[in-house]
Ligand binder design. Structure first.
Ligand code: TXA
Ligand code: MG
Length: 355
């Protein structure tokens, strides 16, 4: 398939380019576009055939629903039914931004978007290019623009690596702001439930809602397969090709460092080439213990760690190592999203990909 590439600067938006991409979507095409979290692969949310092409391009199972992206509050009432008063007030504060809310689905959203579920996930992205595109094309259904199971693209280049030749157009607006996906909350359950931690801290959402949100072990990234039967879990997420071992941070950096070194030495004894992914505070401790040492940034700045995470996971596969060991972070603020992604990336029982 012929893929057109548009470079659109965030601070100097080429309106003609946006209009061309909008027309592609209105004609039933699929377009990669930037958001403040990660790049998305969009189709018109009311066009079932176009939405099917998104699943095919990503190699994503059809039973995994997509998020609908909107650009104004009026569109929320077109795609969702019964918006609780509390949610209506909360989104005035949280939107545009990396907060996705699960509501009852309205009739104008194609069944393919929600995998026939009665609910729809909705968000208003805080990215000027995304907002312009949606204003022109109407609500856009979009998953992250990666091949299923791979880390989400945080640069136009990563989106091209995965999607060139598979989509009608790619908008490259450089690096995204957060580098992890939006936070998803199910507002149809009582009490509300966290479905996926992300770029908006749950603490912040709880504060704005004035209500508790249940955080299950699954939302922390512990896999269902740890309880389930032999065939392993249904989906694989965010995984690099290189096997990844996560060493959790339990409040004692020294203990964590020693565990990383122990695992690295063990792997090397069996002849494996080892990479260590560490924070800038502890990186000097690993000299001589690994073949490659990468850093995801400072422990004091979890925003930076989140932002670097998917890029590091992609880079890892180019290092030519047999195994990687990664340091965990504290599960606070964006740290919850980082740990969710790392736990999933390091779950090696996986059989199939999707996210
Ligand atoms: O930041 C983001 O959320 C990015 C950008 C592009 O907006 N999008 C994104 O989409 O991460 P995706 O498809 O990679 O992840 C969406 C998640 C999936 O895990 C999906 O299962 C869940 O949202 N989801 C969507 N609709 C749902 C529904 N009706 N019920 C339950 N889960 C739903
Ligand atoms: Mg995804």
């Amino acid at each position: 398939m012929l893929t057109r590439v548009y470079r659109i600067a965030v601070d100097n938006i080429d309106e003609n380019a946006v209009r061309e991409c909008c027309e592609i979507i209105l004609r039933g095409g699929i377009v990669v576009f930037p958001t403040e979290t990660v790049y998305g692969l969009g189709a018109s949310a009311s066009n079932g055939e176009a939405v099917k092409r998104v699943f095919i391009a990503k190699n994503r199972p059809m039973d995994n629903p997509l998020i609908v992206h909107i650009s104004n509050k009026k569109q929320l009432y077109e795609v969702a039914e019964e918006v609780p008063e509390k949610i209506a007030r909360a989104i005035d504060v949280l939107w545009p931004g990396p907060f996705t809310v699960l509501l009852r689905k309205g009739p104008r959203v194609a069944q393919e978007v929600t995998a026939n579920l009665p609910t729809v996930a909705v968000r208003m992205p805080a990215h000027p290019v995304a907002l312009r595109l949606i204003s022109c094309a109407g609500p856009i259904a979009a998953p992250s623009a990666n091949i299923s199971g791979r880390p989400s693209p945080t640069t136009g280049f990563h989106a091209m690596v995965d999607m060139f030749g598979r989509v009608d157009a790619i908008i490259d607006s450089g690096e995204t702001l957060y580098g992890v996906e939006s936070t998803i909350v199910d507002a149809t359950s009582k009490p509300m439930k966290l479905l996926r931690p992300g770029a908006m801290p749950v603490e912040k959402i709880v504060e704005v809602l004035g209500e508790e949100i249940i955080i299950s072990p699954e939302a922390r990234g512990y896999m269902e397969s740890e309880k389930a039967l032999a065939p392993g879990m249904k989906y694989r997420h965010y995984s690099p090709e290189t096997p990844l071992i996560l060493v959790e941070y339990r409040g004692d950096a020294e203990e964590m460092v020693e565990e990383v070194i122990r695992l690295a030495e063990e792997a090397r004894r069996t002849g494996k080439k080892v990479a260590i992914i560490a924070s800038s505070e502890t990186i000097h401790r690993y000299k001589g213990f690994a073949d490659e040492i990468l850093t995801y940034g400072s422990r004091k700045n979890v925003f930076e760690i989140a932002r670097n995470l998917f890029r590091i996971l992609r880079e890892l596969d180019r290092e030519g190592v047999d195994i990687a060991i990664v340091e965990g972070v504290e599960e606070k603020g964006l740290g919850l999203a980082v740990m969710n992604r790392l736990r999933k990336a390091s779950a090696r029982t996986a059989k199939d990909g999707h996210s």
